[in-house]
Ligand binder design. Structure first.
Ligand code: MN
Ligand code: MN
Length: 322
């Protein structure tokens, strides 16, 4: 593991510091569903305006706050993209293995995902999976390429490892990232997002969630987000994270944060997906707008909720209460 991730091995409340009674478990389940459904909603809302500038979005939609499909992928309303389907593939690799999956398990899951002809796929992700097919190696060599593809799909790790020691969480986070991404900025951001999701699930509140963002900035000042408003973010993880963190820092509800971030345009499905995941984990499924949930395909709704339940129920936090 790289030294650069060490600052992120922080202490969140662990399983032993909470009493996993029925009430706590019901809460975990709601917030785990909030994370996975929030991911799908942010992805579906953002996909409509992916690669548009804020000005183009304003001209076409005013304020874009309705799930309606379209966009450069010409999606049907409520359809999700690679951000959600890669996360589901990652989650399934957890559910299919008795212990934690290893790098090869993740690589095989992503390989199968690419064979399923996803509606979109990032360049770094495609290269990483092609590398696995060619060499059988489930990790790519260190690279300058600091894309956001390893970060957008990380939510299942946060759920399955709630209550696990920080180094276990970090190892799993980086193992899934390595299949396609190998860059210190991507590592740090992905670990930060996993930590923010876990803080949200733990019920320690927005300040503890944002604490993880401040640690990221301390380690890598490039990620500074309390600055002028950043718009039109690219798939470069620093751009992506700065708008994600600004939206979460400034908005106090799931809906307002997701609407804020996607209206900044650029890689909007991915920024929407990451904000949706973190805010969904923090606020839980009851905070998700009903009118958005109604637009998701029923099959996607059930896949996300069922996977959220199954992952959180195998987490150390959940199991230690048995
Ligand atoms: Mn996408
Ligand atoms: Mn995207």
């Amino acid at each position: 593991m790289q030294a650069s991730v060490l600052p992120f091995m922080r202490s969140l409340p662990t399983a032993s510091s909470v009493s996993p009674n029925r009430e706590v478990r019901a809460r975990w389940r709601k917030h785990a569903r909030g994370a996975m459904l929030g991911l799908a909603l942010g992805d579906a809302l953002g996909a409509t305006v992916e690669f548009m500038t804020p000005r183009e979005i304003r001209q076409q939609y005013g304020r874009h706050d309705r799930i309606r499909g379209g966009g450069w992928l010409r999606l049907p309303s409520g359809a999700v993209t690679d951000d959600t389907t890669m996360a589901l593939a990652l989650g399934n690799s957890w559910l299919a293995s008795r212990n934690a999956p290893n790098e090869e398990d993740y690589a095989r899951a992503f390989d199968a995902w690419m064979r399923s002809k996803p509606v979109d796929i990032g360049n770094t992700v495609r290269r990483g999976i092609a590398h696995f097919r060619r060499t059988g190696q489930a990790w790519v060599p260190p690279s300058e390429d600091a894309g956001n593809g390893a970060t957008m799909r990380c939510s299942p790790i946060a759920l399955a490892l709630l209550g696990a020691p920080a180094d276990t969480v970090a190892r799993a986070t980086l193992a899934q990232a390595r299949v396609t991404h190998h860059n210190p900025l991507t590592d740090a951001a992905t670990l930060t997002v996993v930590n923010m999701i876990q803080a949200g699930l733990s019920g320690v509140g927005i300040r503890a969630v944002m604490q993880q963002a401040h640690l990221l900035v301390e380690a890598f000042p490039l990620f500074r987000f309390r600055t002028h408003k950043v718009e039109n973010p690219s798939g470069y993880i620093v751009d992506t994270m700065r708008v994600v963190l600004q939206a979460i820092d400034l908005c106090d509800s799931f809906e307002s944060a997701v609407v804020d971030v996607v209206n900044r345009g650029g890689d909007a499905d991915t920024t929407g997906a990451i904000v949706g995941t973190i805010m969904g984990a923090l606020h839980g499924e009851d905070a998700l707008p009903e009118r958005w949930l109604k637009e998701l395909a029923p099959e996607m709704l059930s896949r996300c909720s069922e996977q959220a339940d199954a992952l959180i129920e195998r987490s150390p936090a959940w199991l230690l209460g048995l």
